[in-house]
Ligand binder design. Structure first.
Ligand SMILES: Nc1nc2c(c(=O)[nH]1)N[C@H]1C(S)=C(S)[C@@H](COP(=O)(O)O)O[C@H]1N2
Ligand SMILES: [Mo]
Length: 197
């Protein structure tokens, strides 16, 4: 058994019932990046949401933090079979971001500094299920882990949690992002083992 009997403070009960099929627990936090780590200064950082209007929604770093940060404890599951349970994070809920966005479009393409993209249904970003995280385990997010800010969508495989996020584009269709075009599952539910197509 890969589990230990230490306490876990996150949602959803005991570690064994919190580990999706085919996953193994890790203590160390692996780094998985498809390319080099972009180094983005918070003075230059900007988040944009692009919808069907011609005007983008934009937040500077300070404007973004002023939306309100919250602390959450969640489990994360990587498609390469590791899970890290009970991670503490700080970030801005996507509900706050989308409060001021009125779009008819039901899908989102998240894009990152460095060019990475991933697609998600809008409803998976709303309802206190997803954040743009700025801290993990009590520390500002290390650049390798997506600092200064990354998407955090813990109920889907971790490739959906775009590191170095810089924008969200509203899409009428569920167009695939970077890994999805290479054969990763279009949705990526770890409890249904939606790893590859
Ligand atoms: N911008 C960007 N985001 C990314 C990736 C990437 O290569 N680039 N990799 C994804 C994958 S496959 C995983 S498992 C997680 C890894 O995050 P970590 O390096 O903080 O563990 O980031 C996801 N987000
Ligand atoms: Mo991954």
């Amino acid at each position: 058994m890969p589990f230990t009997t230490r306490g876990f403070s996150g949602r959803g009960g005991q570690p064994d019932t919190r580990l999706p099929p085919g996953q193994t627990m890790v203590d160390k936090w692996p780094v998985l990046s498809a390319g080099p780590t972009p180094h983005v200064d918070t003075r230059d950082w900007e988040l944009t949401v692009q919808d069907e209007t011609s005007t983008d929604h934009r937040w500077s770093w300070d404007e973004f933090l002023a939306l309100g940060v919250e602390d959450i404890t969640v489990d994360i599951h990587c498609v390469t079979h590791w899970s890290k349970l009970g991670m503490s994070w700080r970030g801005v809920s996507l509900d706050k971001i989308f409060e001021n966005v009125a779009s008819e479009r039901q899908y989102v393409l998240a894009h990152s500094y460095g060019g990475y993209t991933t697609n998600l249904p809008l409803e998976d970003l709303l309802g206190s299920k997803a954040w743009i995280a700025t801290e993990a385990e009590g520390q500002p997010l290390h650049p390798e882990h997506g600092g200064p800010a990354r998407l955090l969508v813990p109920h889907l495989y971790f490739w959906k949690s775009a590191k170095w996020v810089r924008g969200l584009t509203m899409m009428p269709d569920n167009d695939p992002g970077f890994w999805e075009r290479y054969g990763y599952h279009i949705y990526g539910d770890p409890w249904k083992e939606q790893r590859y197509r």
